[in-house]
Each structure stands twice: as C-alpha cells, then as structure tokens.
Design a protein around this ligand. Sequence first.
Ligand code: FAD
Length: 427
Amino acid sequence: MRVAVIGAGAAGVACARHVAHSDAGHTCVVYEQNGQLGGTWVYDERTGENEYGVPIHTSMYKSLRTNLPKEIMGFPEFPIPKNEESYIPAKDILKLIDDYATHYNVKQHIKFHRRVLRVHPRGGEGGDGGEGGGWEVTVRDVRTGEDATERFDAVMVCNGHYWKPYIPTLAGAESFSGEQLHSHDYRTPLRFRGRRVLVIGAGPSGMDLTLEIASAAEHVIMSHHHKEEISTVFPNNVEQRYDVARLNGDTVEFVDGTSATVDTILYATGFLYDFPFLSEACGVRVEHNHVRPLYKHLIHVDHPTLCFVGLPFYVCAFLLFDLQARFFLRTLEGRVRLPSRQAMLADAERDQEQRRRAGLGPRQAHMLGPMQGDYYDELADFAGLPRVPPVMAALHNESSSRFLEDLVHYRSDIYRIVDDSTFLKVK
Ligand code: FAD
C-alpha cells in the first residue's frame, strides 16, 4: 500500500518507521512543511511565519526542560541514553528523535518543505468507494509554490496539537492597551523585564511560564479557576487570583470582585486540535477539542484507512505514538479486524460517558492521565502487541503529582526504572 504520513514530528517519524519496516512492503511518504524533523521540539526564535510564509509551528521556549522524566520519554526499543538527570533540555529530545530517524532509515522517506493542503477521499463522501477508493493528497512545495496531488491507500495524520492557540474571549479585551500574546509565541522572559504581567491559565505551560517571567517582571498575577491556591511556592512577586471577569483599559477585573493593573497578558490557555487540510468529505468534526468520529481516539470510524496519531494528552507520548502506529497498521493489513461501525461508535460513546461520569469536561475528551495504562493495554491486547510496561504509566502519574506539589524543584528529582513494574526515586 501507499501510505502518506502528514508531519515529521515524533509521531510522524514513529509511523514512518513502522510503515517502512512492515513485512507487507508498503511505500511510505512523509510530508513535512518545515525543513527539519522534530516538530514541537525544534526551537525557533521567530514567531509568525517563516521565510516561505508557513506559520511557525513550534511552541518551544528557549529554556524548556521536559516536564516528564526522560525514563518515560523514549521510544520502545530506543530509550534515551542514561545519564544523571531525569528532566532534560528540549535539544536532547530533538536529538533523540533525529537519532531514531537515522537508526530506522526514516529520513529517506521524508519530503521536507511540503505542506499538505488537502486530503480528500476518492469517491467523495462515504469514502473509499468509487474510483478505486483511497485518498487524494494535495501538497505544496512551499519553496516554489508548486502543488501536486498524489494518490494513497491510507493516511496517517501526525500534524501535532500544540500549534493553534486557544484564546478565550474576554469581555473588554479590545479595550486593553498593553500587549497580549499566547504561550505559542513565548520564547524568553526578556520582553517582560520590569512589566506587570497577567498569566491566564495554570496548566503545565502557565505554571512554568509564571515562574520564568517572574525572574524578569516586576509583578506577575497567575489567574486560574482552581478552587484553592496552588500550593507551589512562587517567588514573592507572584500572586494567584481567580478567573478574569473582564478587562477595562489596563485594569483586570477578576470574578471575585478584586482588580489589578497590568501592562501585558500572556494566555497560557492551551491549544486547539485542527486539521485544516481535511476536505469536508472526510467527515471529521472537532467540537470543544473533541475529534470525531474516532475509534480508540485513533481510527476514523467511517474511513478506517485514515488515522490520527497522538491525539491523547497527559501520556507517555512517544510510547503512545509507537503503539498507535502499530495498532493502525495491523488493522490496515487485515491482521486484526476492526469491530463493526456500530460497535466502534458504541465503544467511543462508552469512553465519553465514562469521562462525563468522572466529571471531565468536553475539552478533556482525549485526556488520558490516570486512564493511560488501561488505554495502552486495550490497544496492545486487541492487536496482539506487547503491553507497555505498567511502570511507565506509574512514573508518569508520580511525576504529574510532583509537578503540582513542588513546581520549583520537581525537575531535580532523579528516577531509575528497576523493572517492568517498579521505579526508584534516586534523588
Ligand atoms: P509535533 O511535534 O507538533 O509535530 C507535528 C509536525 O507536523 C510538525 O513538524 C509540523 O511542521 C508538521 N505539520 C503540521 N501541519 C502540516 C501540514 N499541513 N503539512 C505538512 N506538515 C505539517 N511532551 C512530553 O512528553 N514531555 C514534555 O516535557 C513535553 N513538553 C512540551 C512542551 C511544550 C512547550 C509543548 C508545546 C509540548 C510539549 N510536549 C511534551 C508535547 C509534545 O508536543 C509531544 O511530546 C510530541 O512531541 C508531539 O509530537 P507530534 O509529532 O504529535 O507533533
């Protein structure tokens, strides 16, 4: 089969490895809009667009160290080389992805500077019928502006989901005279020197950036909707407030009736899933960051030759990409049979119902976190693949709680994996 992979981040590279090395002898073409592999992990000090008019994809900031220990960030069979630290700089992860691509001879399949413009099912809506089935993929060489359309039997979407900012609409936002930016465009704290900054959001980026900006700014307010103050010890020039009610000139009014004056707002409010290249006939809906209709957060129920690798978050990402890629290939090659359309839809509905019962909102439709171990087991067992060792999810969950407990110091923790179910905290 001819398989197209969209994007050469960690997910795309893992897919390419498995497609290209399958005994079934597929042809693999990876389209990457940039001139380098690695996606999110490529630091670029530019924001906006690159020299070819392609939007800057990466949201990486200069000082970033991983927020998960490296012990759970490698690919299976290709872990990150051992050294002292567990939390390592972004450039080391980029090197890992590059080494992995070299090791598995993936680079020869990547067409760089090719931006996918359109993916369309041959035979139109209802898919893989008429005209012999499969997909038309239209790609632009961003250096020359030339477009070309090629035919594929399957498409693996790996375009990432940390590049399109989600910015909530705040009443009075247009009256604010200072600077407003999203964490996607944050690179270093220098521009915040001496400023009074409001950071909206207390997820991993909001917490990290509050801390970093506080090293340069006069004062930082981190606003969030946690019922209680986050217990991490912030420096003295940081305070926490509830959600923003409205902006009024340079005054921020909070829902608890307090107000403050700021000159810069940083939105650490997360990202949106987006697949701008899918034609309407693909029948993919994204509402409140819930991508549908998918089986196991992965395979399009109505077009099972189309998959989306890497949608789940709060996961051991590279292990997940690998498992999803292999699961999809097994279904594609007929080595495993997918359930009926009805059964796949019912399975997806059960999954969402479980989330609703657990009090999760629609934006958590693809969140795994404490559910990740079960998800890995389901995929592995269904497709007859080796299970992900439970120690991976266990260490992920430990690291997530340490992050909340002690944002300032958790990256000094050092872990070692002892066996498939045990890790050791060395420091
Ligand atoms: P990406 O890395 O985003 O790659 C997608 C690729 O697709 C890009 O190269 C892009 O150029 C390409 N592309 C997009 N659209 C097109 C198109 N139309 N045509 C062609 N190519 C296209 N995860 C962790 O596990 N640990 C961490 O510590 C961690 N820290 C993070 C910190 C930040 C600031 C961010 C933003 C994310 C972090 N993550 C972390 C999550 C990280 O994004 C994932 O680990 C992972 O790298 C995502 O890989 P991906 O391949 O799915 O997407």
